[in-house]
Unconditional design. Structure first.
Length: 132
């Protein structure tokens, strides 16, 4: 299998976007933030499939948020976080703690609950009409 070379350089906003839209990448990045780990350790810690952990670590490496610390090894590869990765985690933590973000999440949850109630009401009404 031929390894692809990494030619693209990502901006901080692009890096943040990758992690922000993928809870899996966010979890993996947090997992390696304190101590470098192997894909097996990450998969066990996060109770996820080994292939998902491996793929996530490779993606984080490709976008510059993780670094392969043992490139000469084929098995037992160890991945750590880069300075850009640490920065992204700080930014995402600030966004999560932002009062406006919390208001937006609450509003979204309220809207979803309203939609679910309306759906249930329609189903109940439909069942009632067909049942009588």
């Amino acid at each position: 299998m031929k390894k692809k070379s990494i030619n693209k350089s990502y901006s901080i906003d692009e890096q943040r976007s990758h992690v922000e839209v993928s809870p899996r990448l966010h979890q993996i990045l947090e997992s390696i933030s304190l101590i470098p780990k192997t894909p097996t350790t990450v998969s066990k810690e996060l109770t996820m499939n080994l292939s998902h952990a491996s793929r996530g670590l490779i993606q984080l490496t490709e976008i510059g948020l993780a670094i392969l610390k043992t490139p000469s090894r084929h098995r037992g590869r160890i991945y750590g976080i880069t300075e850009a990765g640490k920065y992204i985690l700080v930014v995402l933590q600030q966004v999560a703690n932002d009062p406006q973000t919390r208001k937006d999440k609450k509003k979204f949850q309220d809207n979803m609950e309203w939609i679910q109630r309306k759906k249930q009401e329609l189903q109940d009404k439909k069942a009632k009409t067909h049942g009588t």
